[in-house]
Write a new protein. Structure first.
Length: 87
């Protein structure tokens, strides 16, 4: 596996991917952080299934899934744009 990650093509692309020669790590495709992932699973408010949320603790990119709306990705803006008046 190469050291470069392909950029995200859009909101339908997964944010997180397995990484490393043994596939034991998870890498954020937005900022490149490895194993900076927080994941939660809770019973769904729909009354069946699970709601899941996986978030990069470095850049804030999120993958969410639930039984009603399905899977969706919300990539963070990374790196942050420069402040007004700065090059």
């Amino acid at each position: 596996m190469s050291g470069q990650m392909p950029p995200l093509a859009g909101p339908d692309e997964p944010i997180f991917t397995v990484w490393g020669h043994d596939g034991a790590s998870i890498r954020c495709r937005v900022c490149g952080a490895v194993d900076h992932i927080a994941s939660d699973e809770v019973p769904s408010m729909a009354g069946y299934g699970e709601d899941t949320c996986t978030r990069c603790t470095r850049c804030g990119s999120v993958e969410i899934s639930d039984p009603i709306f399905g899977w969706r990705a919300k990539p963070a803006s990374w790196p942050l744009p420069p402040a007004h008046g700065q090059p």
